[in-house]
Ligand binder design. Sequence first.
Ligand code: AMP
Ligand code: MG
Length: 349
Amino acid sequence: MITRIVRIEEKNPNPPEMKELGEIIKRGGLVAFPTETVYGLGGDALNPESSKKIYAAKGRPSDNPLIVHIAREEDLDALVSEIPENAKLLSDAFWPGPLTMILKKSPLVPTETTGGLDTVAVRFPSHRTAQELIKAGGGYIAAPSANLSGKPSPTLAKYVLEDLDGRVDAIIDGGDIPIGLESTIVDLTGDVPMILRPGYITKKMLESVLGEVKTDPTILDANSKERPKAPGMRYRHYAPKGELTIVEGSREDVIDYINRALSDAGEADLKTGVIATNETAAFYCADIVKKAGNRNAPEETAASLYRILREFDDENVEVIYSESFQEDGIGDAVMNRLLKAAGHKKIVL
Ligand code: AMP
Ligand code: MG
């Protein structure tokens, strides 16, 4: 298959090509597209064959359900058996935006899309190009992140192309992605709403609308014997090829510790890298030092993290040290993804 690349700017999200891209989805094909979180790999959510193609293109286990994307709030009705009051409150507060809700599915949604579950994950993205593609494609697009399974989610179209060239019909290049980490997932099928994956919409923001909100205990405890409620969270995600270790402590201690570890790795002839902040980058003596934004701007770290992990792979870096980041705001999601990338290897000084 030859993959077509179409450049579409968000400020002009509905050019004449959009109709054809929508036709590809309606015919059962696949189109990768930008959203405000990461690039998505889209197919018709109501067509079981499309969902099978998505799993095949990503090399993703088919028991890991897809998120269904809509472009009008009222389209939620057809996907779910009932809309609980909490879902109404959340959609009023955070849609369109980076929030995915888990609800009981209606018979319209094929189990191929939900990985065999009787629940469905639904999101209404705020990215205007995503909205236009969803509308042009019939209203319901199933889309996981547009990476090969096991790689970091793509935040630039060139990474989508690297992973999916020849595996999808088209890629919409929308340039940079504003957020850079996947959506917050909240499960509304239990007694108390539960966060299954942290993201830009934080626990505090959800609590301000819903009152009590729990977090899936497996997210907080790496050694938990329980199965994560979002099946995708149990797979080893986002892992760079190099060995990644997070170091937490005072600024001076972290810099000292990492520099000593770097010099050991350098003596062993290993290529080294560091994930630092703008404030500390100059102090490290690694082969490659990456700046993940300002220390007090977790949204900058979120926006650059996946690009940095991919760059380290491309540069064949073998040993990577990362500073730890504050867990407030989207910093919570940053640390969740970073810990996963590190296989939970964190040194606390
Ligand atoms: P991705 O699309 O790559 O961001 O991954 C989608 C995430 O949503 C995965 O972690 C899935 O396990 C999770 N997910 C999708 N549908 C459901 C569902 N019905 N119940 C729980 N988790 C879900
Ligand atoms: Mg993914």
